[in-house]
Design a binder for this molecule. Structure first.
Ligand code: SAM
Length: 205
């Protein structure tokens, strides 16, 4: 679901992290059919380092947005915008489809990938305590609450020199709001760089 610029940037970031030996795993929250996860997985495969790819998704599609996501998000969700954790039938792809793409089409090693299946709000508190450092965190969950909960649980695990990518900063207003609030609350001053019309990234100091 991304652009050639974003795919190229993602690949370059992965290669740079491996070259700079920034400690930690690669993580994506919001996987859909696995396009960006595939780029990250292929980079890890080429890098031949002991790192894993963690993939978080409901594998049921987007949940309901909230008022913080604005009018267009509510329209996109068929008028359902109470923040209920049930699928609005957008960006829906099942776990089997993603597994087939990663392991059959791209021939990634199954041991490389750990799937975290469920709503971020439910699964992150359970699974994050068992995780180690993160070198690359890619957030692509569109909504305010989805972005906020991922930042709160996963940002502290990013190593110094690691990269955070926000796929939806200039696409969905809730993503920008959650990001700006988090930066303000945490006193994060690292410069935010634009990747293309929608996505941004910064390097953790
Ligand atoms: C825009 S798609 C991801 C696109 C994908 N990264 C790509 O590169 O093509 C958004 C994904 O986020 C997931 N998602 C959003 N909010 C979520 C939440 N709170 N819990 C679990 N999954 C969520 C949806 O299921 C969907 O697969």
């Amino acid at each position: 679901m991304t652009t050639p610029e974003r795919c190229k940037h993602l690949w370059d970031v992965c290669v740079s992290i491996l070259k700079r030996e920034v400690p930690g795993d690669f993580v994506e929250c919001g996987v859909w059919r696995g396009g960006s996860a595939g780029v990250m997985g292929l980079a890890l495969k080429r890098g031949r380092q002991q790192r894993r790819l963690h993939l978080f998704d409901s594998f049921e599609g987007l949940p309901e947005p909230t008022d913080a996501d604005g009018k267009y998000a509510a329209e996109y969700s068929g008028g359902r915008s109470d923040g209920i954790l049930r699928s609005v039938d957008q960006c829906r792809a099942g776990l089997e489809e993603v597994r087939e793409f990663l392991f059959q089409n791209l021939d990634l090693d199954e041991a490389l990938v750990q799937f975290h299946v469920g709503w971020f709000q439910n699964i992150l508190p359970l699974d994050v305590p068992g995780m180690g450092p993160i070198a690359l965190l890619r957030l692509d969950g569109d909504w305010y609450e989805s972005t906020k909960v991922c930042l709160e649980h996963l940002y502290p695990l990013i190593s110094s020199g690691g990269i955070l990518i926000l796929d939806d900063y200039y696409c969905w207003e809730g993503c920008a709001k959650a990001t700006d609030e988090f930066r303000q609350a945490q006193g994060i001053r690292a410069a935010m760089h634009r990747i293309d019309d929608e996505a941004v990234y910064w390097e953790k100091e």
